[in-house]
Design a protein around this ligand. Structure first.
Ligand SMILES: CC(C)(COP(=O)(O)OP(=O)(O)OC[C@H]1O[C@@H](n2cnc3c(N)ncnc32)[C@H](O)[C@@H]1OP(=O)(O)O)[C@@H](O)C(=O)NCCC(=O)NCCSC(=O)C[C@](C)(O)C(=O)O
Length: 357
């Protein structure tokens, strides 16, 4: 009788056996195609708290009903970063599990900021565009529009467009891109040409502080630009647990064996975890009232276990509203690592509480 566990026999068996594929290659997508993803998550308070606690998004509005009621909610809703990741996660198996890089995202709109724990979600994507990569022949570049719905009511909860590099069927993908860096970051040179001569920080966490700081820079060679003190070293929970808790099956985050041959040589952090940490740092220095939306999100370099993520923020615009509680601020947030290299950037618009409340 064949001993399938004999090492030579087993290695022969492995060589001859077909691997049942998961995920899609560049060739599998066509523009205009709609993809209904397999049943998504039921949003849970536990996973919401895991995401928020580990990414340092410690806003009590999302933990405590008294804090939620104080800003006009009936009860604590699901945090927008966890909601976003919970919409993206169930799309990964169909769209990006093969191992392509998450390049960027735009038009992130929160259609319902009051989504409650216990909501069952359904996720759908449409292939908006696809093109070959001129610099990386093993990949194509695909953009999808993805929407998350409340499965029971059919209401749209959140939507965005996302762009990934996607491996072509032949040859197979590697997860690379660190080699031959030629920019000033990699060579250690500093090139700050074009930077304003003065950086201004807000005096406090309220809308008026951002507005006043922004006004101080208007028509001057100055910008509201400041760093956040906290850092978060990426550990196994951040890199492997958080994507999996949102059903994100991209092998980059939990399969060290596959990633050993890639230029990063190891698993890399899910872009949304890196982003959420940078936003968490920024939110810890403001009185957030409501999140409105996000855009122009880009992932500039890999983040691996052991890297420490810090935050840097610019204030792009402020606008007073009729709302006596809060005014609108548009930020650009950056995540950067312990080598001062930017790894994420994106804009965010939020309502920030007014001082008089
Ligand atoms: C990807 C790397 C290697 C490219 O490094 P590079 O030096 O080759 O960069 P590049 O030359 O700037 O870009 C290559 C091509 O991409 C295009 N491109 C570039 N950005 C965009 C964008 N926003 N929108 C549209 N297109 C974009 C760009 O135009 C260019 O096109 P070309 O080949 O035809 O000349 C480098 O940028 C890098 O290391 N980025 C970080 C990637 C990363 O770590 N992402 C997060 C982790 S992966 C992830 O989270 C996975 C996820 C979420 O779970 C899941 O999709 O399933």
């Amino acid at each position: 009788m064949t001993d399938w566990t004999d090492s030579r026999t087993f290695s022969n068996a492995l060589e001859r056996a077909e691997t049942l594929e998961k995920g899609s290659c560049f060739e599998d997508f066509s523009e205009g195609q709609t993809i209904e993803h397999a049943a998504g998550l039921t949003l849970s308070a536990h996973a919401n708290e895991l995401w928020m606690s580990q990414t340092l998004n410690h806003d009590p509005v999302y933990w405590r009903s008294d804090a939620a009621r104080a800003v006009g909610y009936d009860d604590s809703p699901i945090h927008p970063d966890y909601l976003l990741a919970s919409v993206m996660g169930p799309s990964v198996e169909d769209l990006s599990e093969k191992g392509g890089y998450f390049l960027g995202r735009d038009d992130v709109s929160i259609h319902d900021p009051t989504v409650a724990p216990g909501t069952e979600i359904r996720v759908e994507s449409m292939v908006e565009a696809k093109r070959e990569s001129s610099s990386r022949p093993d990949y194509g570049i695909v953009t999808w529009e993805t929407t998350g719905f409340d499965a029971e009511t059919g209401d749209s909860l959140l939507s965005y467009t996302r762009t990934n590099m996607i491996p072509r069927r032949e040859p197979m993908a590697t997860d690379g891109g660190r080699e031959s860096p030629t920019d000033s970051r990699a060579t250690g040179e500093t090139d700050d040409s074009g930077l304003p001569s003065e950086f201004v920080s807000p005096d406090g966490p309220y809308f008026e502080d951002f507005r006043d700081a922004h006004e101080r820079t208007t028509n001057r060679d100055a910008a509201v630009a400041y760093r956040h003190e906290r850092g978060r070293t990426m550990d196994d929970v951040m890199v492997a647990t958080l994507p999996l808790v949102t059903l994100n099956t991209a092998k980059q985050h939990h399969n060290d064996d596959y990633m050993a041959d890639s230029p990063s040589g190891e698993i890399v952090a899910y872009g949304d975890v890196t982003r959420s940490v940078a936003l968490g740092h920024a939110r810890s220095d403001e009185r957030t009232y409501r999140e409105i939306g996000y855009g122009d999100e880009q992932f500039h370099d890999f983040v691996t276990v052991g890297d420490t993520i810090y935050g840097f923020t610019r204030v792009l615009a402020t606008e007073d509203t009729d709302d006596s509680e809060a005014g609108e601020v548009t930020f650009e947030h950056y995540a950067f690592n312990q080598r001062d290299e930017p790894v994420y950037s994106g804009t965010r618009t939020a309502l920030i509480q007014k001082r008089n409340q």
